[in-house]
Design a protein around this ligand. Structure first.
Ligand SMILES: [Zn+2]
Length: 97
């Protein structure tokens, strides 16, 4: 069992099992568990960012974080569901005139 690194009030059954914390909603990503500044994992935020939010607001993602996450995916997922690394794919650029 390992403790949730964000709220420290929940025990995950094993290391890096991608279980979701019942208390704060953190997903148990082993890479993010090992590197508390890693924001590129199962969770949108790093452990340090999520913990900061949790202590201040009682949630790991603020509304602003959720909007940034939604905008990030909206810019990268094409209408057919395919993924592009281009932040602004041609189909997402508003047509002028
Ligand atoms: Zn937690």
């Amino acid at each position: 069992m390992i403790k949730c690194p964000v709220c420290e009030q929940f025990d995950f059954e094993s290391d890096s099992n991608f279980q979701t914390c019942d208390v704060c909603g953190w997903e148990n990503d082993g890479l993010q568990y090992d590197d508390h500044d890693d924001a590129d994992g199962a969770n949108w935020l790093s452990v340090n960012q999520a913990r900061d939010n949790y202590q201040k607001y009682g949630v790991i993602m603020t509304d602003g974080d959720k909007q940034r996450k939604a905008a990030f995916f909206a810019a990268r997922v094409a209408p057919d569901g395919s993924w592009t690394e281009t932040p602004n794919p041609p189909h997402a650029v508003p047509k002028t005139a």
